[in-house]
Design a protein around this ligand. Structure first.
Ligand SMILES: Nc1ncnc2c1ncn2[C@@H]1O[C@H](COP(=O)(O)OP(=O)(O)OP(=O)(O)O)[C@@H](O)[C@H]1O
Ligand SMILES: [Mg+2]
Length: 374
């Protein structure tokens, strides 16, 4: 029988593909059960959605929660928000179509027609006929629907994934004014990958969601967990991987989940019996050539000062970036460097910790380093 690759990278993962996150799962579950509203953020492809869904599914299995998962990516109008959210609510009910419609009719004061369509697999999708209805009123009613889900002490949790997108819909104040009346009844999890936008939404005094949530930043998965995860998966599929190869993977990926799985996946694919450093080099080439186009577009889109700023961050390892020698080397004034660093942080290319700046995407960093050595 052909062995399947034990690694996976791309979308949401579960079960055997899931590495560590033990502490995070515990904390998220406690917050959910305490009914806190939380903001969970991390860069793209960091495992936010997988983590939150795993926590919710585990609680759901024990009948402790019922959850609504709603992804705001790709929504462009308020009507679309209403309908897609309405559909997500209907799906959460897990009841036959006629029962769902009856339930909605019993709780909605507005009387729009509820449309149901079926795809080829027979699965249904719900929407509201939003003709002459007052959009604001309908939105309010739809946002209040989950209040009617509450039953027998089961917590109702609403997840808004890619929540920063709400700003494009001009719904921030409206949404906040309605859901603040849900405290103690529903728990909200706001998730997203644009840290700077989310910070503005939740930390700026003049914004509706100011200080309304507990912040939860997801970190990289630690090296020990990755060694165990990667080495055991090789062994369980009749192959081996040198410890030094896992070292090399982690030096580049720094434990970033998506890339670590991508390296493991590609190396496993080309390994007959044992993965050594030459196979690592081969996989690295494959991965870089695949990501290269995206990276060069991203780099080309920067201003020349931003490019200089990135190079300085890389060369100085994010520390003492205003070093006179480097300002002279790259012919940039400290004021311009400051502006560029701020712009790069706002664009979520850079982030800052107490020890300095770093690039959010470790493979982009590696690629840039290679480029500047050419
Ligand atoms: N706990 C984990 N263990 C192992 N791999 C993980 C883990 N979490 C995420 N990954 C890897 O990262 C990929 C992306 O995960 P996921 O879609 O949950 O991240 P995300 O942060 O929601 O991404 P996006 O920004 O695209 O929405 C997965 O396909 C998997 O390869
Ligand atoms: Mg996601």
């Amino acid at each position: 029988m052909m062995q399947l690759n034990p690694f996976y990278y791309g979308g949401i993962i579960e079960d055997e593909y899931f590495c560590n996150r033990v502490e995070e799962l515990k904390d998220i579950k406690l917050d959910i059960l305490a009914g806190l509203n939380t903001l969970i953020y991390a860069p793209r492809r960091f495992g936010k959605t997988s983590l939150v869904l795993k926590a919710l599914k585990e609680l759901e299995k024990k009948d402790e929660v019922k959850y609504v998962f709603f992804d705001l990516m790709y929504l462009s109008t308020v009507e679309e928000f209403i309908n897609k959210y309405f559909n997500a609510l209907a799906k959460t009910l897990e009841e036959p179509t006629d029962k769902i419609i009856k339930f909605f009719k019993s709780i909605l004061k507005i009387r729009p027609n509820i449309n149901v369509s079926f795809d080829v697999t027979g699965s249904s999708s719900f929407s509201l006929a939003l003709g002459g209805e007052d959009v604001d009123k309908t939105l309010e009613e739809v946002l209040n629907i989950p209040l009617a889900f509450a039953q027998n002490g089961i917590k109702i949790v609403i997840v808004f994934d890619e929540f920063q997108e709400i700003t494009n819909l001009d719904l921030e104040s409206k949404l906040r004014s309605i859901i603040q009346l849900h405290s103690n009844k529903l728990a909200y999890i706001f998730m997203g990958s644009k840290k700077s936008l989310l910070h503005q939404m939740f930390l700026d005094k003049n914004r509706p969601f100011y200080k309304s949530v507990k912040h939860f930043k997801i970190k990289e998965i630690n090296a020990n967990s990755w060694y165990e995860f990667i080495e055991s998966k090789f062994l369980n599929t009749g192959k081996k991987i040198d410890h030094a190869v896992v070292d090399k993977i982690l030096t580049i990926t720094k434990g970033f989940p998506y890339y670590t799985q991508q390296f493991a996946y590609e190396i496993w694919n080309i390994t007959q019996d044992k993965a050594d450093e030459s196979l690592f080099e081969k996989a690295l080439k494959t991965i870089l050539s695949r990501e290269e186009d995206l990276f060069s577009v991203e780099f080309d889109n920067l201003t020349s000062n931003q490019k200089k700023a990135l190079k300085i961050v890389i060369e100085k390892n994010g520390q003492n970036v205003y070093d006179e020698q480097y300002l002279a080397k790259y012919k940039i004034k400290s004021g311009s460097l400051q502006i560029s660093l701020k712009n790069l942080t706002e664009r979520d290319i850079l982030d800052k910790t107490s020890s300095g700046y770093y690039l959010q995407d470790p493979l982009f960093e590696y690629w840039l380093k290679q480029m500047s050595q050419c």
